[in-house]
Design a protein around this ligand. Sequence first.
Ligand SMILES: *Cc1c(COP(=O)(O)O)cnc(C)c1O
Length: 498
Amino acid sequence: MRPGANVTSGLAYEEPLIFELSRPGRVGYSLPASDVPAVDPAEVLGADHVRSDDPVLPELSEVDVVRHFTRLSTWNAAVDLGLYPLGSCTMKYNPRVNEKLARLPGFAGGHPLQPAALSQGFLELMVELENQLAEVSGMDRVSLQPAAGAQGELAGIMMIRAYHEQRGEHRSVVLVPDSAHGTNPASAALNSYDVETIPSGDDGILHPDAVSRAMTPEVAGIMLTNPNTLGLFEEHVARICEIVHAKGGLVYGDGANLNALMGIARPGDLGIDVMHFNLHKTFSTPHGGGGPGSGPVGVKNLLAPFLPVPMVRRLADSEGGGFGLDYEFPHSIGRLHGNFGNVGMFVRAFAYLRSLGPNGLRRCSEMAVLNANYLLARLRDVYHVAYDRPVMHECVLSDRNLEPTGITTMDVAKRLIDYGYHPPTIYFPLIVHGAIMIEPTESESLEGLDRFVETLRAIEREAREEPQLVRDAPHRTPHSRLDETRAARHPVLRWQPD
Ligand SMILES: *Cc1c(COP(=O)(O)O)cnc(C)c1O
């Protein structure tokens, strides 16, 4: 093992290109002899379309291909290898039983176009999952179609727009707090709304008077994230909903942080009219390169006529019983997905909800909140805390205390990689300069949290005593630090937490 070996996996980061492993004549396949006559491609396609030289491809045996890619796969950061504290993204452990159930042949082998009569079990699972999500969130109806949180938001804002239009109102503005995830203003803008940013108070949360001031008859609605991206509970949410409703607006709830509330508070009870869920965050679907995601959207009854079609419905006995697809939503915003959505995620979420039950869900949220507060309590004497109050499921530190050392949030994040950790979300939310946003999730043990705390404290010491070590990190990866200042200026490479 060379010095640059990965400390978590114990594997050396040395791997030749697959072309370097190639040996002429070696093959990794054995095809049966052809039993049809050979055809000259030039005759069929025309000589112009046939290349004269053979493509240069690596030649390897099957086992060498498998080993090459398996070795490369071990270089990935993964929640199965260690803490993955990516704030707002809820990278938590995904129980294996959910994976097993999603792979049951009846689910995994089903075709989206097979007739409803042959998909009854699956349609029933969808209806039950919708009901369970509605129950957890206090919504009346849920559509599972959106394939990501961002698409759930898009669907929600489309329904808000359709609602106002159907009432003959042309409202042009959506209010979005300054701590919001970038997808919020994007979803509003994609619906051709103007976005008006509402500043958070000095305590990091939204205040009713700021909303009152902005709440004109032009405003279609507000998008709230609760707990917000600082990990703080929006204490005035009920009052803010009243203010918005009184002026005819609707309230969109960004439910990405629902794992802090399950079994404790329901967005629907707080006044939210429409929200999305991130099954790939809260309900334990693997994500972050492991996709796909799933972002169901839930609504109160007043928005139900606008839901995407088809909806799945339990059929009355007079209709033949069982489960069927319902297209009878004359004001529907239409389809958001070619088929039902990302169905493997539904099975996982269903299994997760059923295996935990109401008490288990509540306990998840309690543990997520406890873990985040534990980290905060053990780190706040060395790292600056932007809004120093009890948090929900995540906490936001910053690099302010490191200023005399010249070490920045980026350096701390890179140095964490040397210790075997995936870095937290950094430089988000935008209202905290040099933000380090940590979400431990409920799945970490006390010992695991302590190790992470000791690592962050060690990096703070290094920043004071050996700053160059931190500035040049990472030292233990196949590639040293990239020039991210260039990437940060690049319009496409500009990064947002997922
Ligand atoms: C993750 C996230 C989203 C978007 O969800 P995707 O599934 O990544 O599209 C929106 N809002 C917040 C607060 C999030 O954390």
